[in-house]
Structures are given as structure tokens and as C-alpha cells.
Design a protein around this ligand. Sequence first.
Ligand code: ADP
Ligand code: ASP
Ligand code: MG
Length: 455
Amino acid sequence: MKFGGTSVADAEAMNRVIAIVRKQWAEDAGDRPPVVVVSAMSKVTDRLVETGRLTGERLGEQAAQILADLLERHIGVASTLVEGTALGDLNAQLTADFSALQADVRRWAEQGEITPAAADALQAMGELASSRIVAAAFRQQGVNAAWVDSRQVLVTDGEHLAAIPDMEATTERARAIVGAKLAAGQVPVMGGFIGATAHGVTTTLGRGGSDYSAAIFGACLGVDEIQIWTDVDGMLTADPRVVSSPVLVPELSFNEASELAYFGAKVLHPSTILPAVANNIPVRILNSRRPEVKGTMITAEGRGDGGTLTALACKRGVTVVDITSSRMLMAFGFLRRLFEVFERFRTPVDVVTTSEVSVSVTVDNTRRIDDIVSNLRNFAEVSTEPDMAIVCIVGENLRSDPTLFCRAVNALETIPLRLVSQAGSRRNITFVMRDSDVVSAMNLLHDQFFTAKVS
Ligand code: ADP
Ligand code: ASP
Ligand code: MG
């Protein structure tokens, strides 16, 4: 059971978490307790990222001040939920952890540099603190819970800020450490998002990575179901921040969920589905404010019935890179050369389209774009266009019903489309357009497929 940032935002939210876990354990988990994974309290990771930025700019005192404010917020929540010596111990631990980080940021600020490893040590504080508080709050309310340090369980490579789990090593640790708590009838409470290398250096899985942690632990422990508790009723037909009244998607296939997550449905981290697929574990998305709502069930099969599309997604602020070369004509090895440049600068591409003499790709991480462009220019003409966006329509039915594509294109008749791509899976079609057109494009598509009554 993974609870996101808004689901552990304050003492009230944490009380809801405890009630949800208690009810579920009583109702259907039998004698095996659930495993609880929590995110940092809402906005805390953003503040820690900000702390890192200030540190890098040698503003050590400002950085230390943010940490002092965060400590105060955590102690405030802890003091509402926990009492007596347990509270004393908890507050002492939080104070020690935050104070150590304050000393670190002052030192790093003097050096004027924050390494990726240092940034990970900073960002990990959010999940460490929230998980300690939630574990203590459980015990305060009579639930037999045990805090587990996720850094001792989730073993990753050393790619800081985007670490990749070592599933074999993590399975071994999870079975030993988390398994022992479960065997003792305890609810393990762990921080999501964080792990450590085999040498014990703290790492993180990348922003939004707590969902991924939950799926990793679920897979390693062979659970019956992975639950993602959040602040919406489940996967909706579109991002509620873009479309005014999206509706709940009750069932999704793993493949559909992966496409939606990959193309911007933030409710699920894009890697979450992988461990679930590998072990065929259903993933359910649920609302911690409205636990009675059934949510979205994600399984290998998805929904059985006909119907239209399943959902829409959009990814904003992407850059299109156009690569043109007359040498591409009839040349084998050209694409390899081209993609090697992206690989060298560790930049994933999302959408790819080709014509006879040109290739266009989209990237959302432009950190290394200047290096990429100058390397590509060794063998091709290159231009980039920022402020673009990807709109993606997803549904297993796209395979069987060719009219769905026509309806989507017709709905978008007023919007200039920059690239269009349908992959071999025929499960999604992506449209690349100006970012400024995204809101109208999403609403036009949503009206067409989910609101307008079409016979
Ligand atoms: P958590 O902190 O629980 O991980 P997130 O903020 O990461 O929550 O994800 C939930 C948010 O995802 C929702 O509040 C919503 O704004 C956004 N979102 C984007 N696309 C979708 C979608 N298709 N369905 C549901 N939520 C979506
Ligand atoms: N706290 C981390 C973040 O905000 C991880 C997560 O919430 O999933 O990115
Ligand atoms: Mg999230």
C-alpha cells in the first residue's frame, strides 16, 4: 500500500492512512500484514530540491533555513500524532537527521558545488522523515508497525537521481528484512523513492519514484496486489489539470497504463508497471480521501468490453529535434549513428518519426541538448524547436477499430500537427504540437471520445 505526498501531507491525512491500513488488514489481508510505503509529505521534496539549488549557489544559510522550517513542520505533525517517550525519541531522531544535513549543506555551499550524490542525500530526507513519523503514529494507535530503512532494502546502481534497482539483491534483502517483520506480524513502514548502492551510498529513483518503490517491493515480496493511494479517484480519462471533467477509468491493461504513464499521466510513475508485469501482480489506484471508491484496476487483461479509447495523456514542454541528411538516403547505419549521440549524452527520446531524408525526435530532458546538437552536426543538419508537447491517445481498441484514428484527427482539425506517430503495438497514437495548443487539443479529443454522445 503506497501513499503519495498529499496522502501523508499532515496529521489528518496520516490518520486517514492509518484507518485505511487497519481496515484493509482486518478485512482481507488475513494473517499477512500489508507493507506500507510512503512518499515525503506534500511539497517536501520540492523544498529539498530548492535547498540543493541554493547550496550550489553558495547560499548555505538560506538552504539551512529551509531545512530548519522543514524540521519544524515534521515535528509539528509528529507532536500531533505521537506521545510520551515515543515522541521524544522521534523528535530527537528527526532533529539529529536534519541537523546533520544542515551541517552538510553549509559545507557543500562553501565548496560551491552539490554533487548528484549530495543531492540524493538531501532529497532522501523527505521519505526518511515521513516514514519514521507514520511508523510511530501507527504504533501510537495500537497498530503493530515497524519502521524499515528502505536504504537497507532497495539496492540500486550508482546513477544518482535516477538510480536503477538491482532486483536480485533487493529481493534477497526484502525477503530477509521486510519478511522478518511480516513473519512477526508487524506492518513494515518504508519510505518510497529512496535506496542505496551495494556500498550503502544513498540514491533516489527519480521524481515521483515512490510508486516505483512500491512496485519493486511488491514484486520482490510476491504480494497479491500493489495499491497506489493518491489524491484522485484513480486513472482518469485525462489529466484533471488540463481537461475540466475527466471521468474514472475503472479498468486498464498493463500496456495501456504504461503508455499513459510514459506520456504524462503523473498519477503513476512510468516504471511502476514493469515489476508488476514481470510478476503479473495487479496494480490498483485508489483515493485516500475517498477510500470507498473502487478506483482503477490495472491487470494484464485490462477491460474486456468494446467501447472507444481508454484515456488521453499529454506531456508538455518537450523539444523537437529535426535531423536532416542527404546521406541518409539509402544509407544503413545512419540511425545507429544518430541514436548513439543521444545515448552518449544519456538522453531518452520519446517520439520518433522518419521521412526519406530526415528524422524527427522529441526529448523532454534538454540538459545536454547543446552537446547533442553539436555532435549531430558532424554528419547532419540539425534544428530544434522548444515549447512543443505530445498528446497521446491510448486504447487497446485502436487496433481493432480504424475509425478511432479518423475521429481523433478530425477532432484536431483546427490544430497544426507537427508530428504524428502510431507504433507497431497500435495501442497508442501520438501527436506532437505546439505547447500552446495542448489544452484545446486535449479538450477537443476529450469531448470527442468521452463526453460527446456518438452513435
Ligand atoms: P502522489 O503524490 O499521490 O504520488 P501525484 O501528484 O504524483 O500524486 O499524482 C496524482 C496527480 O496526477 C493527480 O492529482 C492529477 O493531477 C495527476 N494526473 C495527471 N494525469 C492523470 C490522469 N490521467 N488520471 C489521474 N490523475 C492524473
Ligand atoms: N517524494 C518524491 C517526489 O516528490 C517521490 C514521490 O513522491 O513519489 O518526487
Ligand atoms: Mg506521484
